[in-house]
Write a protein that binds this ligand. Structure first.
Ligand code: SAM
Ligand code: SF4
Length: 315
C-alpha cells in the first residue's frame, strides 16, 4: 500500500497516453495532431502500471491529450484490464464511434468523462478551433444509451460560457450524465488569468435562487463522484463543482500521475516530476515511486503557473 507522509492512501493513477490532440482548446493547447512526437510505448507504460498495481493502485483514468488519437488505445486498455484494475477514460468524444464504444463496453469500461465547454456552435469553434460539436453530442448520446457512469466536464470561463450553466445542467440530465463545472487552472503556457471565474460565485447565485442543496459524503453515491462539491439542483439533478483554486480538496487526494513523457508526477499543481525512462528493473521503478510519494505536497501550489501543459500532465 502506498501512503504519503500526510497519511493519504494512494490508490488512483492518471495516465496521459499522448500529448497530441485534435482540438486546440484555448486554455490548453496549440498543437498539430499530425505532428510526430515520440510517444511512449504501451510496454513502457504497462511495466510501470504493473509495479504500481502491486503497490495497491486499483483505479486508473486514461487521458491525454486526446487518448483516442492513439491507434493502439483499445489494445492498451485490454492489457490494463488483465491486471484487474478499474479503468476510466477522459475524452473530448470527437473520435468515438458506436463500434469503439461497443468494444469498450465489452471490456467492461463503465466510467467516461467527456469534456464539453459549450453547447453553442460558434463558441465551440472559438474554444476548440474545430466544428465537431454535433459529432461530440452524437457520441454523448451513444454513450448515454449504454449502462455506464457518464460525467460531463465543463471548464467555466468568465464572459465565455458562464451563462450556460443551467442549460448544461438540463443537457446533462437529458443524457443521463452528471455535469461537473471546473475552475480554470493556471496550467501551461495558454493560461489567461482574465478568464478565471471562482465557481463559488456561481454556487452562491444558485443557492440564492434556492436551486441548490449541498450533498455530503454520507450521501450513498458520493464515493463515485470524485473530488469537488456536489449539490442537488432543483430537487432532482446531481451536479458538481471542481474548485481547486477557490476551495481546494487536497486533504483527500489519492492520486499519482504518469505523464506523456513517462515521468511520475505526485501533484497536478506542483512543478516536480521523476523520470521513469530507462529504468532498468522493477525494483528501480519501486524506488522511484517511493521517491515521488515523498515529493507529494500537502496541497496544490498554484501561486505560479504550472509550466507543463495539461495535455502532457494528463487532465
Ligand atoms: N482531451 C481530453 C478531454 O478534453 O477530455 C482529455 C485531456 S484534457 C487535458 C482533460 C481535461 O482537462 C478536460 O476536461 C479539460 O477541459 C481540462 N483542462 C485542460 N486545461 C485546463 C485548465 N487549465 N484548467 C482546468 N481544466 C483544464
Ligand atoms: Fe485537447 Fe482536451 Fe486539451 Fe481540449 S482540453 S485541447 S480536447 S486535450
Amino acid at each position: 500500500m502506498l501512503i504519503d507522509k500526510y497519511g493519504r492512501k494512494i490508490t488512483y493513477l492518471r495516465v496521459s497516453v499522448t500529448e497530441r490532440c485534435n482540438f486546440n482548446c484555448t486554455y490548453c493547447s496549440s498543437t498539430d495532431p499530425t505532428e510526430s512526437v515520440n510517444e511512449v510505448s504501451l510496454e513502457d507504460y504497462l511495466r510501470i502500471i504493473k509495479v504500481l498495481s502491486h503497490l495497491g493502485i486499483n483505479r486508473i483514468r486514461l487521458t491525454g491529450g486526446e487518448p483516442f488519437l492513439r491507434t493502439d488505445f483499445v489494445e492498451f486498455i485490454s492489457e490494463i484490464k488483465k491486471l484487474n484494475i478499474d479503468v476510466a477514460i477522459t475524452t473530448n468524444a470527437s473520435l468515438l464511434s458506436e463500434s469503439i464504444i461497443t468494444k469498450l463496453d465489452k471490456l467492461n469500461i463503465k466510467r467516461f468523462n467527456v469534456s464539453l465547454d459549450t453547447l453553442n456552435k460558434n463558441r465551440f469553434y472559438e474554444i476548440t478551433k474545430t466544428r465537431l460539436l454535433n459529432r461530440v453530442i452524437e457520441n454523448i448520446k451513444i454513450l448515454s444509451s449504454y449502462d455506464i457512469n457518464l460525467k460531463l466536464n465543463c471548464v467555466i470561463m468568465k464572459s465565455i460560457n458562464s451563462d450556460e450553466v443551467e442549460e448544461f445542467i438540463e443537457f446533462a440530465s437529458k443524457h443521463n450524465a452528471i455535469i461537473r463545472f471546473i475552475e480554470l487552472m493556471p496550467i501551461g503556457p495558454h493560461y489567461n488569468k482574465q478568464l478565471f471565474l471562482p465557481l463559488t460565485e456561481i454556487i452562491d447565485k444558485l443557492i440564492k435562487k434556492k436551486k441548490l442543496k449541498e450533498i455530503t459524503p454520507d450521501y450513498g453515491y458520493f464515493d463515485n463522484l470524485g473530488p469537488g462539491r456536489y449539490f442537488i439542483y432543483n430537487l432532482n439533478k446531481i451536479i458538481g463543482f471542481i474548485t481547486p483554486l477557490s476551495n481546494p480538496f487536497c486533504n483527500n487526494c489519492n492520486r499519482l500521475r504518469i505523464t506523456s513523457k513517462l515521468t511520475l508526477r505526485s501533484c497536478l499543481g506542483y512543478n516536480y516530476e521523476i523520470d521513469l525512462k530507462n529504468v532498468s528493473s522493477d525494483d528501480e521503478i519501486k524506488l522511484k515511486i517511493f521517491e515521488a510519494l515523498q515529493t507529494k505536497p500537502q496541497k496544490y501550489s498554484f501561486d505560479t503557473t504550472i509550466k507543463d501543459c495539461m495535455r502532457s500532465i494528463g487532465g
